[in-house]
Design a protein. Structure first.
Length: 535
């Protein structure tokens, strides 16, 4: 038999696509609608669609048929589709009652997050306003009130989050895994021992730089608030989880005041050869009540319908977020036309995060600021120094935050009955060097949406940052003309051509590690990432 001509598997692919394609579209669109305007009706539609898709992949007869396929006779594309489908079916092998409970709980938690507005001194307050206080206010009491208000959502969802953790663990153990964390990594084609060895390497290589940075920052903050460095509390930092670096010596927000972030996004991506006008037209980009306060990109179906959700204000933070999310969007838009249906997705979550992070970094890139934010020539030198330092600080701070999330999640799924409130602050103190508030015993870990609704995801952000640095190095040394500098990086169509040909068009045709080696000439390594955060 010719390779790739296994009639049994080709028939499975055809029949499965006929069943799944419309369900995928309905599930993604219903989830989108529930996030842009949370309501009981939208939540019910999203739950119904998610259950239908989960039930399809829970079908034990279809799974048994898939596993019987002799893969030795399959061509590479068919073999890759088989591997991905086996992983998806495996993760959904649940009884119908479990699907009902899990989806209903997830929808209830997501609706709570979407509707929640921190009760600051009796007034519902949006995330953007909380962040403004933590960035700008000199009033330590107000800062503490804002920080504590932002954590209150953790109290509201804690019981349901733990219910989800236990449900996931039960199902993972039934399938032969030690816990859900181990299963989720395996189905993402990540090895837990290798991952944590890599994380340990990142922790060791960033430790001296982080200690030096944090020492300087704490001295500055202590002087700002008129206290000793030892008396600094989590609310003295610039965001609720200290996952972002504070603004540098040259405040970048003023460069975006009154600017149209949609227009800047469109101009940039057009310049590098990636059109996003159609995606902007389908997106929902500004805050309002009952809307998800975060940001994401969703591919509705596997073809032309790509959408972005943001809550933009004219600030550097939201400019960076727009570039990040539209990085995801161009990956989805420029998937290769020749890809089979089940390979029309990113090679891995970490690879699409890498593109998003590569783009998101540019809001602090001096060449990008000069070309698109129209920074005055006289300020260019100051912007160059400040923006570069701020970008390095951001990579460093975010790396340490990722270490918090990955280590906490692993421990959470290993033993959800332990004192998680205490564990959270032990891990925060270990990696971020933040002092826990005296006497605090609250589920602050549950205030982070990813813990409940994007489980075992955060390692992909850090791995994505590493891949982004490798891509950046490849662009600078092998793709762009010598001497073009970062101006070429932010304006040359060669960037879009390289990313499309080497990453986007490949879809999920290659495993993530093979894609990275092929695109950059080397395996994934923290080497370039650590060098960039030292810059």
């Amino acid at each position: 038999m010719m390779r790739g001509m296994n009639p049994e598997f080709l028939d499975f692919l055809s029949s499965h696509r006929a069943r799944v394609e419309s369900l995928e579209i309905e599930s993604s669109d219903a989830w989108w609608q529930a996030n842009i305007a949370a309501s009981p009706e939208a939540d019910a539609r999203a739950a119904t669609a998610q259950k239908a898709l989960s039930r399809l992949y829970a079908d034990p007869h279809a799974f048994a048929r898939l596993k019987k396929v002799e893969t030795g006779s399959l061509a590479p594309d068919e073999k890759r589709q088989h591997a991905l489908l086996v992983n998806t079916f495996t993760g959904n092998q649940m009884e119908d009652a479990v699907i009902e409970e899990m989806v209903d709980t997830e929808r209830r938690v997501e609706s709570t997050y979407n509707r929640f507005r921190p009760p600051l001194r009796g007034e519902p307050t949006g995330d953007n306003a909380i962040r403004d206080i933590l960035r700008d206010s000199e009033d330590s009491v107000l800062r503490r009130d804002a920080w504590e208000a932002s954590k209150q959502v953790g109290v509201e969802v804690e019981k349901d989050v733990l219910r989800l953790v236990r449900l996931r663990n039960t199902e993972a153990r039934r399938l032969g895994y030690a816990n859900y964390y181990q299963m989720a990594l395996s189905l993402q084609e990540l090895d837990q021992e290798e991952l944590f060895a890599l994380l340990a390497e990142v922790a060791a290589q960033t430790d001296p730089h982080y200690k030096a940075f944090k020492g300087r920052l704490d001295a500055d903050l202590a002087a700002r608030f008129g206290i000793l460095p030892a008396d600094l509390c989590p609310w003295h930092y610039s965001d609720p989880f200290f996952q972002e670096a504070p603004t540098g010596e040259v405040p970048l927000d003023r460069f975006f005041a009154g600017k149209n972030l949609e227009m800047l996004t469109g101009r940039f991506f057009t310049a590098i050869g990636l059109e996003v006008g159609d995606i902007l037209g389908r997106s929902d980009l500004y805050e309002r009540p009952h809307k998800c306060q975060h940001a994401f990109c969703v591919h509705v179906g596997r073809y032309d319908d790509v959408r972005v959700l943001c809550n933009c204000t004219d600030s550097e933070r939201w400019m960076g977020t727009m570039l990040h999310e539209f990085g995801h969007a161009v990956y989805d838009k420029y998937l290769g036309d020749d890809l089979p249906f089940f390979l029309r997705e990113a090679a891995h979550t970490l690879t699409t995060e890498a593109i998003a992070m590569l783009m998101g970094r540019l809001s602090r890139n001096a060449a990008w600021l000069s070309r698109y934010a129209e920074v005055d020539v006289e300020e260019a030198a100051a912007v160059e120094a400040s923006a570069g330092a701020e970008q390095s600080a951001q990579l460093l701070v975010f790396a340490r935050w990722c270490l918090v999330m990955t280590h906490f999640e692993r421990a959470l799924y290993e033993d959800p009955s332990q004192d998680l409130n205490r564990l959270w602050w032990e891990i925060v103190q270990r990696f971020q060097h933040l002092t826990p508030p005296e006497g605090r015993d609250a589920p602050d870990w549950a205030a982070k949406l990813h813990t409940a609704l994007a489980p075992v995801y955060y390692q992909n952000y850090l791995l994505g940052e590493m891949f982004a640095s490798q891509l950046l190095e490849q662009l600078r040394t092998s793709v762009l003309p010598a001497g073009s500098g970062d101006d070429g990086l932010v304006s040359s169509p060669l960037v879009g051509t390289y990313l499309t040909e080497k990453v986007f068009a490949k879809g999920a045709r290659l495993p993530w590690n093979e894609l990275i080696a092929e695109a950059t000439g080397e395996p994934l390594s923290p080497r370039h990432f650590v060098r960039h955060l030292r810059s």
